[in-house]
Design a protein around this ligand. Structure first.
Ligand SMILES: Cc1cc2nc3c(=O)[nH]c(=O)nc-3n(C[C@H](O)[C@H](O)[C@H](O)COP(=O)(O)OP(=O)(O)OC[C@H]3O[C@@H](n4cnc5c(N)ncnc54)[C@H](O)[C@@H]3O)c2cc1C
Length: 463
């Protein structure tokens, strides 16, 4: 569609300040890590209401105009990359937190609200939104819903999917699906909202959400432990889950070279543990009684050391120490900046097999001449491991060689090519490693049902 007629049409649907074009696009980008690369599109449109989203999509539907939705631009699979003919619908201005309902323990917000702001709004009412990951200061709740984001507390509280009670979505043809209930139980037919969660914006634009909150724990204690052997990591997880009962909320694993790089760059006053253990685990326990929780964890860690499950440990509970410790795990942009080019992975594998398989992958990656390093870390309690592979060239040959090594064990071990980041544009060729032909066929049929013209987030997940 000619840019002029598109602008003209859009200006009848929203206010002038809600359409960015020309020079204004220099300030817009397709990813938070690519701030120097501005958008080359006919326009960015910034709706403020669900009705505006509906009117824009209706117009695009009628005129076969492709639309790509932009949330906080923190995805790691190329989902927000755009082509010059595509209109960008950015959700930034739909950021209202409409309600925190302390009796129902729910939070209602527009989809462009930043996750950290939602966490803070819940905390002000002594409630917890358990969604927590490194990009929470930029990622929007709509983006987290579209990618069914996971993060650091999944094995206790579930993925984003488990936190969504109600959802409002605008379909590619402009129709509004309003399923905004605060109730946990609703078996009146198909649970349609679940279809949009994790659909990467291919079936509709999320405009509003009701999230389920939990009572806020009052205290947070963490242990950081060093281990010699992966089998002990598995043992430690089972041991802590059993003995901390419901209060174990984080169990994150980091391999030695990843830890060494993080503490080298962060240059904190003092590294929490020496840099030469093969494995490091970050443990988090949330509870109601600080002194009791600390003693309980200290006691358990002490016994684990006596039994040679772990070789070293520190415990922290002050805000300052917790922040320093968890920065080592969360600030993964440091890892991404270590190579000339980098490639990210978020595979999942059965927990007991992770040690051997990761070692094997690392060995093969190290043998590739173009690879400068491969950092491994992740949500091991969910069977989810991240790799950040640094490389000297960004050729298709190198990318494919790396993909082949990391994805090789997935099919035989019933793993997944994406534990939490999604497929986007970058992993389409490997969808078959985690899904059967029938599953992919049904996914394609759903896309055809919701968006037969293919105008919304085209080419994501599959062609
Ligand atoms: C440092 C860092 C750490 C991360 N850690 C984790 C982690 O631990 N766990 C995890 O799961 N992920 C993690 N991620 C990736 C994670 O998927 C994203 O950060 C987040 O979920 C995406 O939200 P966003 O608002 O940035 O969406 P965007 O990146 O803007 O968009 C992601 C996808 O959602 C679509 N979309 C966005 N908004 C909407 C909407 N309102 N309606 C429909 N579609 C929409 C977009 O079109 C795109 O396809 C991390 C990313 C970074 C940079």
């Amino acid at each position: 569609m000619a840019t002029n007629s598109l602008h003209q049409a859009l200006s009848t649907l929203v206010q002038p300040h809600q359409i960015l074009s020309g020079k204004e696009l220099e300030q817009r980008t397709y990813h938070v890590w690519k701030m120097d690369e501005s958008l080359d599109v006919p326009a960015v449109i910034l709706p403020e209401t669900t009705e505006e989203v509906s009117a824009i999509l209706k117009y695009c539907w009628d005129h076969n105009q492709e639309v790509v939705v932009h949330g906080g631009l923190t995805n790691l699979v190329g989902s927000t990359e755009v082509e010059p003919h595509q209109l960008v619908m950015a959700m930034d201005r739909m950021n209202a937190i409409e309600e925190v309902d302390t009796d129902s323990r729910t939070l209602t917000a527009q989809s462009g609200a930043i996750i950290e702001n939602l966490i803070n709004a819940a905390a002000e009412q002594d409630l917890l939104l358990p969604l927590n990951f490194g990009a929470k200061g930029s990622a929007q709740i709509g983006g987290a819903i579209a990618t069914n984001a996971g993060g650091l507390r999944v094995f206790r509280y579930g993925m984003t999917r488990q936190m969504v009670l109600g959802l409002e979505v605008v379909l590619p043809d402009g129709r509004i699906v309003h399923s905004m209930k605060k109730v946990l139980k609703d078996n009146s037919g198909y649970d349609l909202k679940q279809l949009f969660i994790g659909a990467e914006g291919t079936l509709g634009v999320v405009t509003k959400v009701i999230l389920r909150l939990v009572e806020a724990p009052k205290t947070r204690v963490s242990a950081f432990v060093g281990l010699d052997d992966y089998a002990q990591v598995v043992k430690l997880l089972k041991y802590l889950e059993k003995n901390l009962s419901g209060s174990l909320t984080g169990f994150e694993l980091m391999w030695r070279n990843t830890y060494q790089t993080m503490i080298g760059v962060l240059n904190q006053q003092q590294a929490p543990l020496p840099p030469d253990y093969p494995y490091y685990v970050f443990v988090e326990s949330l509870g109601m009684d600080g002194a009791k929780e600390y003693d309980r964890l200290e006691n358990l860690i002490g016994k684990a050391m006596e039994n040679e499950m772990i070789v070293d440990a520190v415990l922290v509970n002050s805000d300052r120490d917790l922040k320093h410790l968890w920065q080592i795990r969360e600030d993964v942009s440091i890892l991404a900046s270590q190579g000339k080019f980098d490639q990210h992975f978020d595979i999942s594998l059965p927990i007991p097999k992770i040690g051997v398989l990761v070692e094997d992958i690392q060995r093969q990656l190290d043998a590739l001449p173009a690879v400068s390093h491969a950092f491994a870390f992740g949500h091991v309690a969910d069977g989810n491991i991240h790799f950040m592979v640094g490389k000297d060239d960004d050729s298709d040959t190198t990318r494919e060689a790396i993909n082949k090594i990391v994805y090789a064990p997935l099919k035989a071990n019933n793993g997944s090519v994406s534990a939490e980041h999604g497929i986007g544009l970058h992993k389409k060729a490997y969808l078959y490693t985690s899904r059967t032909g029938v599953e992919i066929e049904i996914m394609r049929s759903l896309k055809k049902l919701f968006d037969p013209k293919g105008i919304l987030n085209p080419g994501r997940i599959f062609e």
